[in-house]
Design a protein around this ligand. Structure first.
Ligand code: ZN
Ligand code: ZN
Length: 81
């Protein structure tokens, strides 16, 4: 279960992790994995995170975030859905 804080989100999938254990820093126009620097362009704040398979990640399990403009982004590949 992802934990959303003001400056970071814990418990996301990333390219650099096998599970939903990555921590992303919340910046002005993106969230960024603190381990590998993977940047997901979005407009924080992020209100909600859920787990779902991503069609762009070869159907692998991932986490999606929903940003302030109601767009959903995969936290692994950054594609919007
Ligand atoms: Zn990463
Ligand atoms: Zn993806």
């Amino acid at each position: 279960m992802a934990q959303i804080y003001k400056d970071r989100i814990e418990g996301l999938y990333c390219k650099c992790t096998k599970g939903d254990i990555a921590i992303f820093k919340v910046e002005e126009d993106k969230i960024k994995c603190i381990y590998c620097g993977n940047e997901i362009k979005c407009i924080p704040p992020i209100d909600f995170v859920w787990k779902e398979k991503c069609p762009y990640c070869e159907g692998k399990m991932s986490t999606f975030v929903i940003d302030s403009t109601n767009v959903k982004y995969c936290s692994r590949c950054g594609n919007s859905k």
